[in-house]
Design a protein around this ligand. Structure first.
Ligand SMILES: C[S@@+](CC[C@H](N)C(=O)[O-])C[C@H]1O[C@@H](n2cnc3c(N)ncnc32)[C@H](O)[C@@H]1O
Length: 288
């Protein structure tokens, strides 16, 4: 356990929080309309880097494998999915058929080191085996810039020369605005897509951001909750460079109602979603 108690992907030294909510998270992923907007924005950002039948993807924080299976549909040749939570990995395995070219393993993205195309440790390799690293809702589990640097270092060492990371993280918020942002989400309460954020304490390095608890509605009045870190936009950029992701760095904002969006929510919903600002950004960072 690290001094910050985050070795299990948790805040304040609790047990692995995703082991307890794995089934609920699988449902949340399916039913929450935010998934549609994440899908359309991610797809637009990642598919230019996928060469059908060629591209090898490492999916860090693969969770239940939702995006591992999506990138395969979008043309990737193979995927290695890695997640800290054994329960999430177990659901990912059950949800994936044997003819899908995906292997899953448990591991910590901060300390993973190099892995091969079977997800096995490859400490002797000089270069990474992957063309693309996917990191959907991973970086917000780094408690500090130093932990984010460790995650980016794992990304850069596993990428081939010329490789790229595509991730989703909370909407980028400059450090100068992060206190106002935390106050605003605490004040406003539940969003129109059924998610509440409670930013309850400053981060372990207080000037880097906040610790927040997120509660999301699933079906039948049930909810799931998990704790995460909302660090400032500058922290992400500095950690990427320190973790040797030295190439082009850009945030892609969702701008359009996603395909199928009007089948699940009306026009007013999407107008309000864009008026209040997206909940996330897609981060694209090149290795070189
Ligand atoms: C919000 S879920 C996202 C899962 C998946 N990417 C998705 O979007 O459906 C966050 C995931 O990050 C994993 N996680 C947190 N810290 C991690 C770490 N240090 N290394 C690997 N996975 C981690 C959790 O176990 C959890 O499955």
């Amino acid at each position: 356990m690290s001094p910050t108690g985050t070795d299990n992907g948790n805040v304040n030294g609790e047990e692995n929080q995703y082991d307890k909510i794995a089934d609920g998270y699988q449902t949340f992923r399916k039913v929450n309309p935010a998934t549609l907007i994440e899908e359309s924005t991610l797809r637009g950002a990642i598919t230019p880097f996928i060469k059908p039948g060629v591209t090898r993807v490492l999916d860090l924080a693969c969770g239940t494998g939702f995006w591992s299976r999506k990138v395969l549909e979008w043309g990737a040749e193979s995927v290695v999915g890695v997640d800290l939570s054994a329960e999430m990995v177990s659901i990912a395995r059950k949800s994936t058929s044997s003819d899908q070219n995906i292997v899953y393993r448990t591991g910590d993205a901060k300390t993973l080191g190099l892995v091969d195309l079977f997800g096995e440790p490859a400490p002797a390799a000089e270069e990474g085996e992957f063309d693309v690293v996917l990191a959907v809702w991973l970086l917000n589990y780094a408690a500090t810039k130093e932990e984010q640097r460790q995650m980016f270092r794992t990304v850069s060492s596993n990428l081939k020369k010329g490789g790229v990371m595509v991730g989703i993280a909370p909407k980028p918020t400059p450090l100068g605005e992060i206190d106002a942002w935390a106050e605003k989400v605490n004040r406003e309460g539940k969003t129109i897509w059924g998610v509440t954020a409670n930013c309850y304490e400053r981060a372990d390095v207080p000037e880097e951001g906040w610790k927040c608890e997120i509660t999301g509605e699933i079906e039948g009045g049930k909810t799931i909750s998990f704790k995460t870190f909302m660090l400032g936009q500058e922290i992400y950029e500095e950690a990427a460079k320190l973790g040797r992701m030295k190439g082009r760095y850009e945030w892609v904002k969702p701008t359009m109602v996603p395909e199928g969006g009007l089948e699940v929510r009306n026009r007013e919903f999407w107008t309000e979603y864009f008026r209040t600002g997206p909940h996330m950004g897609v981060l694209v960072v090149h290795k070189d």
